[in-house]
Design a protein around this ligand. Structure first.
Ligand code: ADP
Ligand code: ARG
Length: 259
């Protein structure tokens, strides 16, 4: 059984080697420390077999926690954070100063080749290969795990489904969320739609079958595909190793949206 899974993964490793896979990570899937660590382990594995991983992470609950502690009321409009100047200061502090560093540190505490001597006392310096150093936004924390490296960026200021314009260069976009994927009936967890095209999702939105927090996610996928991303998947971030299942097996783990 396990051996089958290894050999099933080979064509996907060959197909996606050297390709950019953008993973958006936030919300519920980011809450638990053990899930965080399993997501990062998967990303390190994928990066080791040659995929170019860009991790775009959020941090809404942690940002709200610090805003409240500093006496600033978190403010949302249609599910999107309203980011005034003082909120922006806190958002930067939490994302750059805390969460990004934490995720990067998880990636460098994985079993890895011997550490590079000097400069860094703990873990390995998080550096991306030169080919990955493409126009990060000022303040984005860009890093990579040596061989194959990952780029870690944070979402600033907004809590919605957008991952910015940078996904146009990617092969694949993957959004981690707290449901199995797009459900035919949102109250029936067994009604997972495994694959759907853009027309199909538009029909589902018009028919009122996709609602709430799923709408910005699906729109983000549709926009990315319009910009050249080949496929966009919405998968369950609560299921350990759902990333590996989605990328490296035939069946995948969640919903794959195609053009
Ligand atoms: P996250 O916290 O991961 O950013 P959200 O809570 O914003 O995720 O969005 C996912 C939510 O969208 C689900 O928990 C579900 O309640 C809602 N939803 C609405 N329609 C659907 C659908 N057709 N399939 C799946 N989820 C849906
Ligand atoms: N692993 C393959 C890929 O990433 C297939 C994924 C299929 N996923 C799905 N949800 N139907 O291209």
């Amino acid at each position: 059984m396990r051996v089958n899974i290894y050999s099933e993964s080979l064509p996907f490793i060959q197909k996606f080697r050297g390709k950019t896979i953008v993973v958006k990570y936030g919300g519920a899937a980011m809450k638990s420390e053990s899930l965080q660590s399993s997501v990062i382990t998967d990303l390190v594995l994928l990066s080791c077999v040659g995929l170019r991983i860009v991790l775009v992470h959020g941090g809404g609950p942690e940002i709200n926690h610090w805003l409240t502690r500093l006496g600033i009321q978190p403010n949302f409009l249609n599910g999107l954070r309203v980011t005034d100047a003082s909120t922006m200061e806190v958002v930067s502090m939490v994302l750059v100063g805390k969460l990004n560093k934490h995720l990067v540190s998880l990636s460098s505490t994985r079993p890895a080749p011997p550490p590079v001597r000097g400069r860094h006392r703990r873990g390995r310096p998080f550096r991306s290969p030169p080919s990955h150093r493409e126009q990060p936004h000022p303040g984005d924390c860009v890093g990579g795990g040596g061989r194959g490296g990952a780029v870690v960026q944070h979402q600033r200021g907004h809590g919605g489904g957008g991952v910015g314009g940078g996904t146009g260069r990617g092969e694949k976009l993957i959004l981690l969320t707290d449901v199995a994927g797009i459900l035919e009936d949102k109250d029936d967890p067994g009604s997972l739609v495994k694959e759907i095209d853009i027309k199909g999702v538009k029909r589902m939105i018009e028919g009122g079958k996709i609602g709430g927090g799923m709408i910005p996610k699906v729109n983000c996928c549709v926009r990315s595909i319009a910009q050249g991303v080949r496929t966009a998947s919405i998968i369950d971030g609560r299921v350990p190793h759902s990333l590996l299942l989605e990328i490296l097996t035939d069946q995948g783990a969640g919903t794959m949206i195609i053009g």
